[in-house]
Design a protein around this ligand. Sequence first.
Ligand code: KG4
Ligand code: ZN
Length: 332
Amino acid sequence: MNILGIETSCDETALAIYSEENGLVANSVHSQVDLFKEYGGVVPEIAARDHSLKIIPLLENLLNESGEKLKNIDFISYTAGPGLIGSLLIGDTVAKTLSKLLDVDLIPINHLEGHILAPCMEYSELKPPYICLLVSGGHTQIIVCESFGTYKVIGETIDDACGEAFDKVGKLLGLEYPGGPKVSKLAENGDSKRFNFPRALKSEDNLDFSFSGLKTSVLYQLEELQVSDYPDVAASFQEAVIDILAFKLFKASKQTGIKKIICSGGVAANKNLRQVLKQIADEEGIEVFYPKFEYCTDNAAMIAYAGFIRKKYNLSIEKNIFPRPRWAVEEI
Ligand code: KG4
Ligand code: ZN
């Protein structure tokens, strides 16, 4: 079984081919990040136009470089939501057109399911039940993967996503969009104990997060500081985020009794977050898994793989759906 994956939910145009026999045999991502530097964030209409321009050349490249042939594709798995409607519509149109031309079935995929399953691509021993900390530019959720295809959100942000907080703090520190990787780089030379930024909702009896106050407190702190203090701000901010993420994640593990954890989404590329989770997990006898760095941020490998899992385990596959800008992971 060979599955073509298509991802266009936000600002990455991505294509991949996952084969049942050989695993991931082709993978290509075009990031629009350079387009949005001057705007400090994604502009939906520009994102949609760029997907439209890049997706067919990207497909040609994918096939040329991998030597794979469209005639050998058995299914097309594509992101049907959640995401920006204009961006989703490009992937939807390409997927539906190819499915007609090649006479193969479509597998619409929830983008979040892609992130939740991404580490399983690499670790064949990783099977549900496990807990997923999904941390990206649009989402911060603690999700129980009860079985493949069954997901339950047990905690989430009540305001900003944590990637969004990294990006906003990056902007305050004069860093280019997306701020996450740059804040983390700046933090390498900073003192993470200098500022005690708030850990919101830490003492609340729930698994929810809030990051908007953290950003405001960084803003107020900066008013009294010089640029030479910025590495300390970045390091203290990063530590506050990691501290609260780790606290709620391991609390979720205690509450559910599930001792297998994965961390996925763009912020899972953060090295400090990985180190801290690994260290606590080792101390508490919990296994923790991450996707490779390139499969943390948006990609089509995880979308092709999610399609493979849905076929392999005979999970429901919806027919003829319109792209869904909002689509909770519990509604899959
Ligand atoms: O999963 P993703 O590629 O796109 C969404 O679906 O949102 O995540 C992008 C987010 C951005 O907010 C970016 O700043 C953040 O992930 N990010 C990081 C790091 N690398 C990417 N945040 C913190 N540290 C990083 N190393
Ligand atoms: Zn994503």
